[in-house]
Ligand binder design. Structure first.
Ligand SMILES: Cc1cc2nc3c(=O)[nH]c(=O)nc-3n(C[C@H](O)[C@H](O)[C@H](O)COP(=O)(O)OP(=O)(O)OC[C@H]3O[C@@H](n4cnc5c(N)ncnc54)[C@H](O)[C@@H]3O)c2cc1C
Length: 463
């Protein structure tokens, strides 16, 4: 098409041929993301090396009305980084420098294409840690983690990515650069603009640099698996642990019996306690002295047993034992191999309602698909519940299962996406968690920052 060829010629002239790949030259891995969404070949893949180049690219796309889909490590689970036909896929992978690490102020400045793991390693090198960690750390990029407001393992202690971001540099759809990289925690000077871009899934602008907070590194860790009689006991134990270890409880992973049974079966593991129990919680606590930490954990778990909150407990005495306890929780990696396929949910709910939600959800699924296989587990301290159903046990009726579960989420006032975002996959259900007035406010922000609707069009909501 003539307009495309003019645009591509201008692109190559502005950025140089080594930054641009066109048509069949675009590697297929850039056609989709981890979510398994049907691939869409973009018009071109552009891999700039600097903020100035990103700005030049967006200016050009704006002038030629060409849509842009930012791509990070492509590990997103909602289809948000899938290109659009006739548009540019903008990969940040060449902008991967860790620019500065300041141990005294516990901050790190990084280009958006650096991986989460690279940030973690740079923090560790100065005796600190980055408070964000999740399974895709080796591929997921800072820009992707910011744009999905990723969660993962550190949320209970440090919050989601939003809580780790002190500043951002963002390029808007018309090429304007917003240099919001101020290293202050307190900055009440009107709207906190950077917040708009965190969790925006690339629909408002391109994140090019980030100024991140780092956290102290605990010297010791204690891990325990605790058997629980019911959901309320789990909440009581969580409160007890948070009171006893303020700010140091780093994991409280609750597993329902269905999950534990599936995990033991899939991984051929032994029952962790003498008898099966309705729930088990996997607990990590950080501190400075390993032996003292284990003693303190033993004491508080003893109190919990006396109070009837816990039925049994195993405290790991070594790193190997801790890993063995975590193995039960890590059955999530086995879902794709053992469910055909899994229908996965990542919802969040008011913490106190999670037990009742799970009960009612399971009852509703059983009423419609007797004998279905569903497993429940979650980061209960964060209000985040995961549910996976084996599609082969519900006649493959994935859409009907989603409608049922998301209707329950809406009834409980929860969120259809705790961590993974909306992208394409959850777009039909956004209204279950957002009122029409909230959606109108989101559209107004989109309209103000991207009036031509060029940034990641069709993701999160339609205009
Ligand atoms: C094995 C595995 C485990 C996971 N565990 C977790 C978990 O525990 N918690 C969790 O929250 N997520 C998890 N995820 C999901 C995923 O890793 C995160 O959402 C991650 O933050 C995505 O980063 P990415 O760089 O791969 O982004 P991509 O998938 O490339 O993109 C995701 C979104 O961000 C946008 N984007 C990317 N870079 C930029 C940028 N520079 N500027 C503007 N927009 C941009 C894209 O357009 C898209 O909308 C997991 C994924 C996998 C595969």
């Amino acid at each position: 098409m003539a307009t495309y060829s003019e645009f591509l010629a201008a692109l190559v002239e502005a950025l140089g041929a080594d930054r641009v790949q066109v048509g069949d030259a675009v590697p297929p891995r850039h056609h989709t993301d981890w979510s398994g969404t049907a691939p869409v070949p973009p018009l071109a893949l552009v891999r700039p090396r600097s903020t100035e180049e990103v700005s030049a690219l967006l200016l050009l796309c704006h002038a030629h009305r060409v849509p842009v889909v930012p791509q990070g490590g492509l590990t997103g689970l909602a289809g948000a980084a899938v290109p659009c036909a006739g548009g540019v896929a903008l990969s940040l992978e060449r902008m991967n420098a860790i620019e500065a690490v300041d141990a005294r102020s516990a901050t790190l400045t990084v280009q958006a294409g650096a991986t989460v793991q690279a940030v973690q390693e740079a923090a560790l090198a100065v005796g600190l840690q980055f408070g964000v960690d999740f399974g895709a750390r080796g591929s997921a990029q800072v820009g992707g983690a910011v744009s999905t407001n990723a969660g993962g393992n550190g949320v209970l202690q440090y919050g989601m990515v939003r809580e780790q971001v002190l500043g951002l540099e963002v390029v808007l759809a018309d090429g304007t650069v917003l240099p919001m990289l101020r290293p202050m925690l307190k900055n009440n000077t009107g709207y906190d603009l950077k917040q708009c871009f965190i969790g925006a899934e690339g629909t408002l602008g391109v994140v090019t640099r980030a100024l991140l907070r780092l956290r102290p590194l605990p010297r010791a860790k204690a891990t325990a698996l605790v058997a629980l009689p019911d959901f309320d006991a789990a909440l009581a134990l969580l409160a007890r642990l948070q009171g006893r270890f303020p700010g140091a409880l780093s994991a409280f992973e609750l597993m329902w019996r269905d999950f534990i049974e599936a995990s033991l079966r899939w991984q051929t593991l032994r029952e962790p306690f003498e008898a099966p129990h309705p729930f088990a919680a996997l607990i990590d606590v950080g501190g400075q002295d390993e032996a003292g930490l284990r003693d303190a954990l033993e004491e508080v778990l003893g109190e919990a047993m006396e109070a009837g909150e816990a039925v049994d407990a195993a405290i790991a005495q070594s790193e190997a034992q801790a890993r063995a306890l975590w193995k039960i929780r890590e059955a999530t990696a086995e879902l794709p191999a053992n469910m055909h396929p899994p229908i996965n949910f990542d919802v969040s709910l008011p913490q106190a309602d999670i037990g009742r939600f799970a009960q009612e959800c399971r009852a509703a699924l059983s009423a419609r698909w007797p004998g279905h296989l569903s497993v429940f587990f979650g980061h209960i301290g964060d209000g985040n519940l995961h549910l996976s159903t084996d599609a082969s046990t519900v006649n493959g009726e994935e859409g009907a299962v989603e409608e049922l579960v998301y209707a329950q989420v809406a009834a409980f006032g929860g969120s259809v996406s705790a961590e993974h975002g909306i992208g394409l996959h959850k777009k039909p259900y956004l209204g279950a968690s957002r009122t029409p007035a909230e959606l109108a406010a989101m559209r107004a922000i989109k309209q103000a920052l991207d009036p031509l609707h060029l940034m990641n069009p069709g993701k999160v909501f339609d205009l």
